[in-house]
Design a protein around this ligand. Sequence first.
Ligand SMILES: C[S@@+](CC[C@H](N)C(=O)[O-])C[C@H]1O[C@@H](n2cnc3c(N)ncnc32)[C@H](O)[C@@H]1O
Length: 250
Amino acid sequence: MGNSSVFRIFESLPRLGGGDDEHTKKAYSRITDLPPGGGEILDVGCGKGAQTMALARLCPSCRIRAVDIHQPYLDGLEEKIIAEGFSGRIKTVCASMDDLPFEEESFDIIWAEGCASIIGIEQAVRYWKAFLKRGGYIMISDIFWFIKTPSEEAREFFAEYHPIMMTEEEGISIIRNAGLELVGSFRLPSRVWEESFYGQLRERFGGLEEEFADDKDALMVIDGLKRQTDIFDRYSSEFGNTYLIMRTPL
Ligand SMILES: C[S@@+](CC[C@H](N)C(=O)[O-])C[C@H]1O[C@@H](n2cnc3c(N)ncnc32)[C@H](O)[C@@H]1O
């Protein structure tokens, strides 16, 4: 998500990555130990806040800071927060996930749907850990290889578009080496990725190409997304979205 065209292309999508409320709930159910008065949640890379709103409903006593680097996404989220009456407990903050404007040991949960690999899973886990209270949790959902030797075509695509993509085992090793305990993990069914993201993109490619006809950078991004959608259609058994829920020692 390095240039502004990417942000604008995604503005028309309901979600900015694969996922849905059911799987946010499933990941949240692995969090079994929160302070009685409700916890402090940091939702990093919150985008338009689909999971922010789900978390607010799942934990009615929690307070949430929703952080993203793109203010227009946060403006959209603010409207949802007001509409659902959550202004008292969700605050949006425009900041970078690798330069967070918070005190260390401030949060019970750090939630990162579809964004940790923007700074790299290892850097994310090690940097965010410092913002957790003792016994706090991090939830990362991100794209991982499901197998060690993927098909050549899929491998070549991701070598160009997302070269730091790793296997789930490598992700879990990073978590353990950072001194965290893995308390749960599961894969997002590819059906949900199709419904929530790739299918949504597919419906919009024609319109996006017209809208961005004069923007060479944007057209390159759209072309990459088309190729990614095609790779997903054919190789979704080889890679996908995995949820990893981890905890700092008590
Ligand atoms: C794939 S989207 C996921 C958004 C949301 N969590 C979801 O699942 O719909 C990645 C998000 O990370 C945000 N982002 C990109 N770079 C960032 C950074 N350095 N710091 C904070 N947010 C960033 C983008 O604006 C985008 O909203």
